[in-house]
Every structure is written in C-alpha cells, then in structure tokens.
Design a binder for this molecule. Structure first.
Ligand SMILES: *[C@@H]1O[C@H](CO)[C@@H](O)[C@H](O)[C@H]1NC(C)=O
Ligand SMILES: *[C@@H]1O[C@H](CO)[C@@H](O)[C@H](O)[C@H]1NC(C)=O
Ligand SMILES: *[C@@H]1O[C@H](CO)[C@@H](O)[C@H](O)[C@H]1NC(C)=O
Length: 714
C-alpha cells in the first residue's frame, strides 16, 4: 500500500514537473502572443482555451470560436492554474456561460466582456454571483449591443468591492439604480455612454458612492433628479456628470441640485436654445462647465453663469452671436454675463461671434480680474480696443488666433502684469514695430505666436525682423517657417528673418532721400505746368494780350506800329508773269513818291532758302502788297505767300495788306485761300486808261494809312 502511495505521489510530482516545463516558458504559438514584461497574453483563432505561460496574469481571449461550447469551469481549466488578474473575452461568439465559470479565478481584479452580442446576459449575471474573490474592482461590459440587462446584474455580494462599471456602447434604453447599489460602497465610476438611455431611474432610498457618471451619447431629455424625499443627495460624492451628446432641450431652474460635490458638468452638443438664470447656482463645488457645440443656443440670460466657485467655462464652437440681436432682443447681457462668476480663471469662446465695437467686450470682461487664460480664437474680431482687456489684470495667456486683427493700440495689453503668452496666429498683421507691445510686456512674455500673418516686408518691418532674430521669446514651433512676407509681390513667401533690405534704404532720416523726394516733386510740378501751358497756350496768349490791351486803354494810349519802325513800306507779292508790270509800272510809280518797296528779285539774299528770305523781308516790311491775277492764282508759291499774308492780316488787321487786282481772276482759278482773302479785305482794281490816276492815288493813300485799328488775334 505504502509503495503504491509513493508511486502515485512520485507520478503526480513528475506530471506536475512535466506540465511546468511545457507551460512556463513557451507561449502557445501561433495562436497566442505573450508579453513577459506586461505578464500578458492574447489568444486568437482557437476553439478551446490553451495553456499559457506561467507568468501570464493578464489574458485576453479574442476572436476565438466558442459558439458551440458551454463556457464552464472545466473549459477554462487550462488557465485557472495561472494567477489571472485581468481576464478579457472579446468577440468569441459566446452564447452561454455556466454558473461556475469564474469560480477558479481567485485573483481576478478586472473582467472584460466585449463584442459578445449573442451572450445570454442572464447566464452571465448568474455566473457573477459565484465569483469567488473579493479583489474584483472593474467590470467592463462594453460594445455588446445588449438591449437589456437583468435588474440585479451587479447585486452579488462578491461584487461589493467593485469601483468601476462600464456598460458603454450597448443598446439599453433605461438604467436603474435599485437600493442594493448602496452596498457598492467603493463604486466610483459608472460609464453608460453610447446607449439609448432615455431615463436614469434611482430608487428612493438608494445612495450611490459614485464620483463620475458618464451618460454621454444617449437620448436623455431631462436631467435625472438626484434628490431623495428629504431633499438630500442620492449622489453625495458625485464630482463629474457627463451629459454630452444628448437631446436636452431645456435646463429647468434648479435642475442641477442635490449634487453637493459636483465639480464638472459637461453638456456639449445638446439642443439647448436658452441658458436660464441661475442654471448652475445650486452647485456649491462647481468648477468646470463644458458647454460646446450647442449650435441652437440663442439666448443667455443675465445670471446664467451665476456661480461663486466656477473656475472655467468651455464655451467654444457654439456659433453664438454675441454680435447680433435675436429679433431685436438682446441675446445676452454684456455687463452681467460674467459678473456673477468672480472666480473665473479660464474662458474659451472659440468659434463664436464676438463684436468688435468699442464697449461690448470691455463690459463682458470687466469683472474677470482673476482670469488667467482667455481663448478668443476665430471669433471674428477685427479690432482690439484698449478697453477690451483693461480689467484682465491676472491674465497669463490670451489666444487671439484666426481673427482679422491688423493692429491695436500700444496700451491694449498694458494692464496684464502676468502675461506670458499671446497668440496672434493667423490674423492680418502686416508689421510690428517698437511700440506695438510696450517694453514691460515684451520683457515678461515667454511665448508670442505671430505665425501665418501676411507680413509686409518693407522698411517698416526692420525693427520686427531684428527683434525676431535676437529675442529669447518663444515664437512658436513653426518659427521661422511660419513667418513669411506676403507683400510686396516679389517678396511673397520669403522668410521674415531672411528679409534683408539694404540698410541705406531703411535709414529713417536719410537727407538725400528727403532732398530727392522734394526735387522730384518739384520737377513733377514744373513739367505739369509746362504741359498745361503748352496745351492752352492760345488761351493764355489771348488772355495776356487782353490784359495788356486793357491796361493800355486805361492809360489812354495805344501804341500803333508806324512805317518808321520798318525798313520797307511794303513787301510786294506777285508772280513772275506779272513781273514786267510790277517793275516798269508799279515800283517805278511808287518809288517816285518815295515809298520803299521790297521786291524779292531785287532784295533777297542770294544762297538763302526762299522761304527764309520771304520770312525775313516780310518782317522788315510794314505792309504787304499783293498783285493778283490768274497767273498768281495758278502759282503754288504765290499761294503759299498768300497764306502767309493771311496770317499777317490776322495779326495786324486788314490795313496790313493792300490787295491789287491786276487782272480779274476767273472762277476756274479761284482758290479758297484767295477767296477768303478777297472776302475779308477790300481790294483795288487796276485798269489802264481812264481812272488810272485815281488808282495810283488810292494805292498811295492805302500804303500810307496807319494801322489804326488794333489788331486782334483770333
Ligand atoms: C488544454 O490545453 C491543451 C493544449 O495546450 C489542449 O490540448 C487541451 O484540449 C486543453 N484543455 C481544455 C480543457 O481545453
Ligand atoms: C439564458 O440563461 C438562463 C439561465 O442560464 C436561462 O434560464 C434562459 O432560458 C436563457 N435564455 C435564453 C434565451 O437562452
Ligand atoms: C434673469 O435675471 C435678471 C437679473 O437678475 C433679471 O433681470 C431677468 O428678468 C431674469 N430673467 C428671467 C427670465 O427670469
């Protein structure tokens, strides 16, 4: 008997040693992957549960095929020799679990069942009753798409030490907290997010020890009431209530009550249209309000944020129009909105619409003297008035990214004695100069982000370029890449620190530049005057003439040109065909009367062009005599001289020329020049024989007649 006993004993020892060798060092490849450091293993693609190395305390069985087996104590026997602390069953198509399945998990701290859509939750609930450990802290039953769970799912006494329960991403439509939840004295978080929960039902006498309830992405319309019959809290330790992505349309006054420890409330993406007075004022410990993506918000009542404890308001992405009225009714009250939040240190207004007028922002921020961090990103600001930030004396960071700001008064930031970070990224700033930020602000800044602004790389930017080259202030991660010139066009894209104008160009008081500017503007003026004078010279000359005439008339005397002023009495224009008559008759007769005539055959200087001669001698002559005939009318030269005479007649009046019709010009030879001359000037007709003496007398008289009528320029 003793021998048999001994053999059995040795046999079992040998067996143990054998399995130890098998299982301690090797992972069950290729189905399992092990991580010795993390003491973990993951097994996939099996239809049973294999041995895993001895060191494994964290086991995940994911995507195996357990659809045809009863998950029992025996089925898991290969792993229960390990000291499993974390056990995960993910996507194994489990249908049922036996009551005894978890009996051998003596060290289990965390149980995860996920993606087990077909699992009979009642059987799971029964199995949880037989959990044979007091270490179990976490139960994660997420992404199972269960529509219901038994009312008493976590009631088992074995679960009394649980601190965290997750039922995320199921399809529950309601969730109950019966009285036995009071016994889960360590329960701190319960995650019910991504369900279809409409109502949270808390029994009358239940008292939850939870600190965080996550109800995000459900279908909640009303804030659940946490007050008991005595108006005491059912959640005295609740610190965070997360209600993001629900369908809450309205927050009743005092709806947040009986939550004496609540610090964070998250209401992102609901359907609120109005924030009522005193919404949060019943929450004595409230510190952070998360209120983003509420696009339907139209009205904020004056004391909506009334809370003496509130430290931060995350109000971004609401598209709220602080800059417009709603059907002529104010959407908010600039003076009161933050007047009742004396502890506010953080305010994020990203992606709303702020007005740029002088007063509104100044009023909004007037009471925020504890404010440390202000985010005004993409709020449509165009201008910064100095009084906007006048009372933000504790501000350390201000984000003004993505607005349309191009300049501000130097004193805008002066009251911020603790400012460390200003972000002006993505605005319309062209240049900064020495006075843009006062010296003490520049001195204490640790970070200044000016990237993505359209800098104008002209001399105005020299100070800024020099400053960014030398400053120790952090200019953001994308410095120098993000600091580029946008103007002038040829500089576009160039880095600001590489902008190198020649220093002379940018000397602020270069006297040569000043002189050059003065000279060039003077030259410009002179050229303009000359051009004008050229264009209007006739008007100017006429005007001068009239002025002179007027003055002479006033003095009662008018200078007449006189024959004594000239070398010749007259210049005789005739054509060659009439030469004989001119020489033998005309000149002879008149020179006998001591009239000096200029005749081109006689007087003209040899070798000088004939036009010049005509010009010269006409100017020396007092009058012009024109001997006209058919031949004259035919000759081009005579025509030209005729035009010349016309011009002179225009200047000196009709007495300046004496027309003599030697032979009548017939219609065939009449030219327009001659016709107009004859039309405007009386002429003498020559006829041999009777009346000839009278003709000569008339010629003499006409030649001697003074130029009495003052000539008029036309
Ligand atoms: C235990 O694991 C071995 C392989 O390691 C396997 O052959 C056996 O079927 C497993 N036992 C159970 C009960 O699944
Ligand atoms: C689920 O399991 C419970 C207990 O194990 C059993 O009574 C019930 O019939 C099962 N439900 C279904 C649908 O199989
Ligand atoms: C909200 O509070 C302000 C100031 O206390 C008050 O003037 C206003 O009438 C209140 N609005 C409503 C709707 O009660």
């Amino acid at each position: 008997m003793r021998q048999i006993y001994l053999m059995c004993f040795f046999g079992s020892v040998l067996q143990t040693v054998k399995t130890r060798i098998n299982t301690t060092d090797f992972c069950f490849e290729p189905y399992c992957t092990c991580n010795k450091k993390q003491k973990s293993a993951t097994c996939t693609g099996l239809d049973y549960v294999p041995h895993v190395p001895k060191f494994v305390t964290e086991l995940e069985l994911s995507h195996n095929n357990f659809s045809d087996v009863n998950i029992s104590r025996w089925f898991l026997s290969n792993i229960t020799k390990n000291d499993i602390q974390k056990f995960k069953l993910i996507g194994n198509s489990i249908k049922d679990v036996e009551n005894d399945v978890f009996v051998d998990f003596f060290s289990l701290k965390s149980l995860t069942i996920s993606d087990e859509k077909q699992l009979n939750v009642t059987s799971l609930c029964n199995a949880l009753v037989f959990v044979n450990t007091t270490h179990l802290k976490r139960i994660d039953l997420y992404s199972n798409y269960w529509k219901e769970i038994p009312f008493n799912v976590f009631e088992a006494t074995s679960l009394r030490k649980v601190t965290s329960i997750s039922l995320e991403e199921n399809q529950l439509t309601e969730f109950m907290f019966p009285d036995w939840y009071t016994e889960l004295k360590n329960l701190k978080t319960i995650n019910l997010s991504k369900n279809n929960i409409i109502a949270l039902i808390l029994y009358d006498d239940v008292k939850l020890s939870v600190e965080k309830i996550d109800l995000s992405r459900n279908d909640i319309i009303h804030i659940p009431s946490f007050c008991d019959k005595m108006n005491k809290s059912k959640v005295p330790k609740l610190r965070s209530l997360i209600l993001n992505g629900n369908a809450i349309p309205y927050l009743y006054p005092k709806c947040f009550s009986c939550m004496p420890s609540l610090q964070n409330i998250s209401l992102h993406a609901n359907r609120l249209t109005v924030l009522r007075n005193n919404t949060f004022s019943e929450l004595p410990q409230l510190k952070h309000v998360f209120f983003q993506f509420n696009y339907q918000l139209k009205t904020i009542e004056p004391t909506a944020f009334n809370s003496t404890s509130l430290i931060s308001i995350h109000f971004g992405y609401n598209n709220f129009r602080f800059d417009k009225k709603n059907n002529k009714k104010a959407r908010f009250n600039a003076e009161n909105i933050f007047k009742h939040t004396p502890s506010l240190e953080f305010l994020d207004l990203t992606n709303n619409y702020l007005p740029s007028d002088k007063t509104t922002l100044g009023l909004m921020f007037a009471h925020l003297d504890k404010m440390k961090y202000l985010i005004l990103q993409t709020v449509g600001l165009r201008k910064l008035h100095p009084n906007f930030f006048r009372n933000l004396i504790s501000l350390e960071k201000i984000i003004l990214q993505g607005n349309f700001i191009n300049s501000w008064a130097p004193e805008t930031f002066d009251n911020m004695r603790n400012i460390k970070y200003i972000n002006f990224r993505n605005n319309l700033i062209h240049a900064l100069n020495k006075s843009s930020l006062s010296e003490h602000i520049l001195h204490q800044l640790e970070k200044l982000d000016l990237a993505k602004n359209p800098f104008t790389c002209t001399c105005d930017l020299m100070w800024f370029r020099n400053w960014v080259r030398t400053t120790k202030v952090n200019l953001s991660l994308d410095f120098p890449r993000g600091y580029t010139c946008n103007f002038p066009a040829e500089m576009r894209g160039r880095l600001v620190i590489k902008y190198n104008p020649t220093p002379e160009n940018c000397e602020p008081t270069n006297p040569f530049i000043v002189i050059a500017i003065i000279l060039s503007s003077f030259a410009f003026m002179v050229i303009t005057v000359i051009l004008l004078a050229y264009k209007c010279h006739t008007y100017i000359r006429n005007y001068c003439y009239m002025v002179r005439l007027h003055r002479l008339r006033k003095q009662g005397y008018l200078r007449l040109s006189n024959s004594e002023d000239f070398e010749f009495h007259a210049f005789v224009v005739y054509c060659d065909a009439d030469r004989e008559w001119v020489h033998c008759e005309f000149i002879k007769r008149l020179e006998d009367e001591r009239i000096k005539l200029c005749v081109h055959h006689r007087e003209f200087d040899p070798g000088v062009p004939i036009t010049e001669n005509i010009d010269k001698y006409m100017n020396k002559s007092w009058k012009v005599v024109i001997i006209m005939s058919n031949d004259f009318a035919r000759s081009d030269w005579c025509q030209w001289e005729c035009d010349y005479v016309q011009e002179r007649r225009r200047r000196q009046g009709k007495d300046a020329c004496v027309l003599i019709m030697l032979k009548a010009i017939d219609a065939y030879h009449m030219t327009s020049g001659i016709r107009s001359l004859l039309h405007t000037t009386p002429y003498l007709r020559y006829k041999k024989g009777i009346g000839e003496a009278l003709f000569w007398q008339a010629v003499l008289n006409t030649l001697k007649r003074p130029l009495s009528v003052p000539p008029m320029a036309i």
